[in-house]
Design a protein around this ligand. Structure first.
Ligand SMILES: NC(=O)c1ccc[n+]([C@@H]2O[C@H](COP(=O)([O-])OP(=O)(O)OC[C@H]3O[C@@H](n4cnc5c(N)ncnc54)[C@H](OP(=O)(O)O)[C@@H]3O)[C@@H](O)[C@H]2O)c1
Length: 309
């Protein structure tokens, strides 16, 4: 880790010896956040879709932090059954978590359908996080301490507006728009959680890591032809995953006791050290209708049988 970044964050009052569940985390921003919190003796549960990639990441972390407590659990957010089994295991094992960090996401993927035929970007980035929250909020609410529930948004959420038709775009699918809209929906979910959790021990938080050079971008722009030039450009203007992960570390500070939105302070909030800023809400009207539609979609089949709302 760069000394400059670590020394910047060193003075932050981030309580140690907490337990964090993180979705993804085997690479990119999530991986770097894990390194930050392992310096503070966190116990980590990495919820990953590939156990192979998860275990590789764990081994790498153990080289740096030999006595760290890191567990790797399977969670494919693209599978509703997978989400159910994961949540059941958290509850059955009585995991006493302090932080639930919804970090995993996809960007600019080819058109695919997730459960119920919902478009996959929307499913993984938004719906899966909604289901995790619905399934675990009662359990999290019963824990005898504060639980920080962190969503991952993006600065591009500002350009999105989630509509009912975005669940099933079919031929109208646009990779970039799907991402923007899914992250706008994440901001809508954050506002909903703020209402829901007003009198509970759950503290909803949302972070934007900044535009960051990670595998997410490499997968979206494979190094061929014009994309090779795009990669070079991206490397020159994006900031590092280490710096990007500071947005999340920032909201783990003791001083943060209210729901908030945190991201880089630089130009257009694209890169730089973190700060708290106001969430842009101009595009979030009508989200109530979206949650009603989502409930309808999920209630249609077995979700209801499995104890969802
Ligand atoms: N990079 C940026 O410029 C940027 C900007 C704004 C917001 N973000 C957000 O930051 C978060 C982290 O992204 P990153 O940039 O660090 O990229 P990353 O390294 O690709 O991390 C994404 C993580 O999500 C996991 N994932 C994807 N689909 C999944 C699924 N179906 N089930 C479980 N896990 C799944 C990936 O697992 P695999 O390794 O198995 O693919 C990986 O661990 C994402 O939510 C992203 O939208 C990134």
């Amino acid at each position: 880790m760069s000394e400059k970044i670590e020394s910047y964050a060193k003075s932050w009052n981030v309580p140690s010896h907490k337990t964090m569940i993180i979705t993804g985390g085997n690479s990119g921003v999530g991986f770097e956040l894990i390194r930050h919190v392992l310096r503070r003796d966190y116990r980590i549960i990495m919820a990953v879709r590939s156990l192979e990639r998860g275990n590789k990441a764990r081994e790498k972390l153990l080289e740096e932090f030999p006595s760290a407590q890191i567990e790797v659990w399977h969670l494919d957010l693209a599978s509703l059954d997978g989400i159910h089994s994961f949540c059941e295991k958290v509850i059955r094992d009585g995991v006493d978590f302090d932080v639930f960090y919804c970090n995993a996401g996809v960007y600019r993927i080819p058109y695919q359908e997730g459960p119920y035929g919902v478009e996959m970007t929307v499913w993984v980035n938004f719906v899966a996080n909604y289901v995790l929250y619905e399934k675990l909020r009662e359990y999290a609410g019963s824990l005898p301490h504060q639980v920080r529930w962190i969503q991952t948004s993006s600065v591009v959420a500002r350009f999105g507006k989630f509509k009912e038709s975005d669940f099933f775009p079919g031929e109208r699918y646009n990779k970039i728009k799907a991402y923007e809209n899914s992250k706008a929906a994440v901001n809508g979910l954050f506002l909903r959680m703020v209402e829901d959790c007003r009198n509970s021990n759950i503290l909803p938080l949302t972070v934007h890591p900044g535009t960051t050079h990670t595998p997410l971008i490499e997968k979206a722009y494979p190094k061929k032809g014009i994309n090779r030039a795009a990669q070079i450009f991206v490397r020159s203007i994006f900031h590092s995953p280490e710096k990007a992960s500071l947005s999340t570390l920032y909201v783990l500070r003791e001083e943060i006791q209210q729901p908030c939105f945190c991201g880089p302070r630089g130009l257009f909030h694209m890169s730089g050290y973190p700060k708290i800023y106001k969430l842009y809400k101009g595009n979030l009207k009508g989200m109530d209708k979206i949650f009603a539609k989502l409930k309808e979609i999920l209630a249609e089949t077995e979700y209801k049988d499995k104890g969802g709302c």
